[in-house]
Design a protein around this ligand. Structure first.
Ligand SMILES: *Cc1c(COP(=O)(O)O)cnc(C)c1O
Length: 351
């Protein structure tokens, strides 16, 4: 009986797969390999001790918005905080997408654009990246002219390819579009370039950011949108009243103020360079350039490589069964120790 009650769009949906394999190094989800510094942990313990969980959290996370605004060099009314940027993608659909509206996004890219499009009943137009995974801006403008998408997603740097789209090209796409353009900057800190400064220049631009990657707070669930007040007003209308819990608000604030970011990002950038260098030396691996904290690599037999890495306790993400990513694994840049271990396993594997 229940099958007959479920919405058309949800039928045939599969669960987001979660692995629970024992591992030595986790290099599959683009997380930060570092734990929080001692001092920050101490402060968090105090926060927990004096928190009043009997009262509801601040529904609009004002303090956190102020700190994020400072970080982005905008004003707090240009910030919207979500339970991960995943939630914000969902809320954007909820606010703007009617069944049958067109959503365009790069392919291959972050899977959630498609998942939430399907849930919303949107018509999806995946826009193929070039052979080398650089953005094909011509294809995007053609798709915009032809299908007039209500929503266009750009992922910059793109997950899982690590490729980027230049500012002039983003602006070209925003200008061409009658709908909203969402620029997902989840990996901004590893790239350094942003379009956040243009949010008041264009009425149809939303920039997405997250504390899950460079800030190392994936478990806390904090994402944010930077946009103009009009767009954010609509997101506020569709969100659940208390989407960010009290602990998350306080701890995110603490970590933002702690100054852990710069050192961590520098470390990862150094390791990224080293890892790309070392992997490029290994015969049988094709390494793609990356502006994020992960590297896309291709093998003749990715399934075998993936299996061997797992046997040695290294989790990486297998994309080899995704159309357009045949032979590809995505490796998250980790600690020096983890990266060295991975390099050695791959060297052994491919002699
Ligand atoms: C990880 C990731 C996100 C999701 O971030 P959360 O804030 O943890 O939901 C969004 N977009 C891209 C491209 C990502 O890789």
């Amino acid at each position: 009986m229940i099958e007959n009650l479920v919405r058309e769009e949800i039928k045939g949906f599969k669960n987001y797969e979660v692995h629970s394999i024992p591992y030595r190094y986790k290099m599959d989800a683009n997380e930060t390999p570092f734990e929080l510094p001692e001092g920050v942990i101490k402060n968090i313990q105090e926060i927990v001790k004096y928190s009043q969980v009997n009262v509801y959290p601040d529904p609009t996370a004002e303090k956190l918005k102020e700190e994020l605004a400072r970080y982005c060099k905008v004003v707090p009314t240009n910030i919207f905080v979500g339970n991960g940027s995943d939630e914000i993608i969902h809320l954007i659909m909820l606010a703007f997408i009617n069944k049958g509206d067109v959503v365009a996004y790069p392919h291959p890219s972050f899977a959630m654009y498609s998942v939430y499009s399907k849930i919303a009943g949107a018509v999806e137009i995946p826009v193929k990246l070039e052979e080398d995974y650089t953005y094909d801006v011509g294809s995007f403008t053609e798709v915009i002219e032809k299908y007039r998408p209500k929503l266009v997603f750009l992922c910059n740097p793109n997950n899982p390819t690590g490729s980027v789209i230049e500012r002039e090209d983003i602006i070209k796409i925003i200008r061409k579009s009658n709908g909203i353009v969402v620029v997902d900057e989840a990996y901004f800190e590893f790239y350094g370039n942003t379009i956040v400064d243009a949010i008041n220049e264009f009425e149809n631009l939303i920039v997405l950011r997250t504390l899950s990657k460079a800030f190392g707070l994936a478990g806390l669930r904090v994402g944010y949108a930077v946009s103009n007040e009009k767009i954010l007003e609509y997101l506020n209308l569709v969100k659940s009243p208390y989407n960010i819990n009290s602990f998350t608000q306080r701890i995110a604030l603490e970590v933002l103020r702690s100054g852990v970011l710069r050192e961590r990002v520098n470390y990862i950038l150094n390791e990224r360079k080293r890892l790309i260098n070392e992997l490029s030396k290994i015969k049988g691996i094709k390494v793609y350039p990356s502006k994020a904290n992960f590297i896309l690599v291709k093998f003749k037999d990715a399934e075998y490589a993936h299996k061997k890495l797992l046997e040695r306790g290294i989790l990486v993400r297998d994309f080899s069964k995704v159309e357009g990513l045949e032979g590809a694994l995505r490796i998250t840049v980790s600690t020096k120790e983890a990266n060295d271990y991975l390099i050695n396993v791959l060297k052994e594997l491919l002699i």
